[in-house]
Design a protein around this ligand. Structure first.
Ligand SMILES: [Zn+2]
Ligand SMILES: [Zn+2]
Length: 254
């Protein structure tokens, strides 16, 4: 779930534009909801979108014209270790959390949840709003096939890494998006969950190699172990074992 792992999230530049950053959900994505039928579409800010123009696009489900950005935020009850004040934050992982009373950052966090929860199935706003370039603007239903979702995220991260000056942050956002997909979607394909986990592990491993950010190393190993444990398909199992060995090997000797 968003915000649970101990990795500090720094947003890519493409996500930090004022009109974009104020609409982002906790996994660094934009979600557009229909006021009439509640259907949600996702857009990646890496597609250099204009949030205001997105609001003019009708709902693909009911053709309703009333749409708004919905922010899926992390809700964390916390207790200040310095002054004892109890607070509940509704926040995003790239924002500093401090005690409102004494400004201490030493907070004991309890159960994290996402409010409102991420949708289990949702659409993709395509056409010109894609980081993938022309020819890739076919509809993508998220939350149906784990294999297809993993492929789409892989292609998007690959494109963003080539396009932008801060590839490491696009890699991390990709991993976080995958984590929410596997937490909230109920995939129809048997190995779907495993595909998501496998790519998530690889992206975390990449991010760790690019930045040396310590918590990302053990997290990559943990996710790869989950991927290995989740599959019974021998060929896939072997390739995952290989990834796991690589991730373990790249951990720093500390
Ligand atoms: Zn609708
Ligand atoms: Zn305090």
């Amino acid at each position: 779930m968003a915000g649970v792992i101990d990795i500090f999230v720094e947003l890519p530049l493409s996500h930090r534009r004022k009109d974009v950053v104020d609409q982002l959900s906790a996994n660094g994505q934009l979600y557009l909801a229909c006021a009439k039928c509640t259907w949600e579409d996702r857009v990646s800010p890496a597609a250099a979108v204009e949030p205001r123009t997105l609001l003019r696009l009708p709902c693909p489900r009911c053709h309703g014209r009333k749409r708004r950005f919905v922010r899926h935020l992390v809700r964390v009850p916390a207790r200040c270790e310095a002054c004892g004040r109890e607070t509940t934050f509704e926040t995003v992982p790239w924002k500093d959390r401090r005690c409102p009373n004494c400004l201490s950052a030493k907070l004991a966090l309890s159960d994290v949840e996402v409010v409102p929860p991420f949708p289990a199935v949702f659409g993709e706003l395509d056409g010109m709003h894609t980081v993938l370039g022309p020819g890739s603007d076919k509809a993508h239903p998220w939350g149906v096939s784990g294999k297809e979702d993993a492929r789409r995220v892989r292609d998007e991260v690959k494109a963003a890494v080539q396009l932008y000056p801060d590839p490491q942050f696009h890699t991390l956002i990709g991993a976080i998006f995958l984590r929410d997909l596997r937490s909230y979607c109920d995939y129809e394909d048997d190995a779907g969950y495993t595909w998501i986990l496998q790519l998530e592990g690889l992206l975390l491993q990449d991010y760790f190699r690019q930045t040396g950010d310590i918590p990302a190393g053990p997290e990559a190993v943990r996710v790869d172990e989950l991927a290995t444990a989740s599959t019974k398909i021998p060929a896939l199992h072997a390739s995952l074992e290989h990834n796991r060995a690589m991730a373990t090997y790249s951990l720093p000797a500390r």
